[in-house]
Write a protein that binds this ligand. Structure first.
Ligand SMILES: *[C@@H]1O[C@H](CO)[C@@H](O)[C@H](O)[C@H]1NC(C)=O
Ligand SMILES: *[C@@H]1O[C@H](CO)[C@@H](O)[C@H](O)[C@H]1NC(C)=O
Ligand SMILES: *[C@@H]1O[C@H](CO)[C@@H](O)[C@H](O)[C@H]1NC(C)=O
Ligand SMILES: *[C@@H]1O[C@H](CO)[C@@H](O)[C@H](O)[C@H]1NC(C)=O
Length: 316
């Protein structure tokens, strides 16, 4: 643009023919994310060394000074040390200056900030966990106030689709929370876009966010569950191997003993244990009084029940 101005001024000379500076053209007041920027184009017959001065006003007060003696073709009024009200209605004006000469003022359109501002796209990030994707949404930063202060009823509209199938996109709208978990098909790449909807009286949807994509993984269990299970199994296997190596001798000793088992006692008749057992009294048994009638004589005998007929009875 500067080149253009320079070229033009070289062609026409820096002298203003009529003696009156022409006004800047195409003066417009714009707003993006609640800023307030006055923009304009150079006058029809621009001169080199042109400067511009701006003012602005809301409906209630008289004009306030904006940018003064600038050479650029725009002035961000919200960058000045001024208070701009988020629900205000504003107009701007600009004039060209060359030395001591000034052009007439040229006025802009009127802007009602909350109604006319272009709400920028939200910042969207995705993180997948198993067959779900969490969508995290950050509101655009406003030059004046904040999204939730200006549009208390703002909601998100999340649109998502399988990568390459945007025509089959699905939307969830009316969301108020800025973190949403989508339950999706496993092992699939999904893309999402988010738009902010503001409610009446002046519905003013935001620009949609750039599509961002993320892939899901295995169904159900979160990947960390599988990781933990794998880790535990590995740890047990390693522990087993370690124990086997460290106690190798004892284990082989236990499984394949070199010494023969002790001989049966009967082959060591002199062993004290054997003798002790042989000399000990037979275990006490329960006796019931039994009467045996033999040759019409009645003998009272006490015999062990089981051995009554095979053993010679001894009187008790
Ligand atoms: C702007 O430029 C005019 C003309 O050159 C000058 O009179 C005025 O003091 C300047 N204002 C500021 C704030 O620099
Ligand atoms: C902005 O305005 C405040 C009060 O209106 C003043 O104290 C401060 O110095 C100003 N800052 C600048 C950079 O002009
Ligand atoms: C979105 O957020 C990320 C992380 O905070 C940041 O790096 C990035 O610049 C942001 N993008 C926009 C457009 O604000
Ligand atoms: C949500 O966004 C999608 C895609 O831009 C659009 O088709 C749909 O109408 C929107 N829903 C609402 C309630 O704004």
């Amino acid at each position: 643009m500067l080149t253009f101005i320079l070229m033009f001024s070289t062609l026409c000379g820096s002298r203003v023919v009529s003696g009156i500076l022409h006004t800047p053209t195409n003066v417009r007041l714009t707003s993006h994310n609640m800023n307030l920027v006055l923009r304009w184009d150079p006058p029809e017959q621009p001169a080199s060394g042109l400067l511009y001065t701006t003012e602005y006003s809301d409906r209630l007060s008289k004009s306030k000074v904006g940018c003064v003696n600038i050479s650029t073709l725009g002035c961000d009024l919200t960058r000045l040390n001024t208070s701009i009200f988020e629900f205000g209605k504003y107009k701007g004006k600009v004039r060209a200056q060359l030395g001591t000469e000034s052009s007439p003022w040229m006025e802009s359109n009127e802007v009602t900030l909350d109604k006319d501002t272009v709400i920028g796209s939200p910042n969207v990030s995705l993180s997948s966990s198993g067959a779900t994707i969490e969508v995290s949404i950050k509101d655009p930063v406003f030059a004046v106030s904040a999204l939730r202060n200006v549009y208390s009823l703002a909601t998100y509209n999340i649109t998502y689709w399988k990568d390459g199938q945007k025509e089959k996109a699905r939307s969830i709208s009316g969301l108020q929370q800025n973190r949403v978990v989508l339950e999706l098909d496993p092992w699939t790449k999904y893309c999402t876009q988010v738009q902010i909807n503001t409610k009446s009286p002046n519905p003013n949807p935001s620009e949609p966010s750039e599509a961002v994509c993320e892939s899901t993984t295995i169904d159900e269990e979160a990947p960390w569950v599988a990781a933990v299970v794998t880790f535990v199994v590995m740890a047990i296997a390693v522990a087993l191997v370690a124990v086997t190596v460290v106690y190798r001798k004892r284990i082989s000793h236990f499984l394949c003993p070199k010494d023969a088992l002790p001989q049966p006692f009967t082959e060591h008749p002199n062993s004290s244990m054997y003798l002790a057992m042989r000399n000990s009294h037979p275990p006490e048994e329960i006796y019931d009084p039994v009467s045996v009638i033999t040759d019409s004589r009645t003998l009272e005998e006490e015999c062990p029940l089981e051995t009554a007929n095979s053993l010679s009875p001894h009187r008790g």
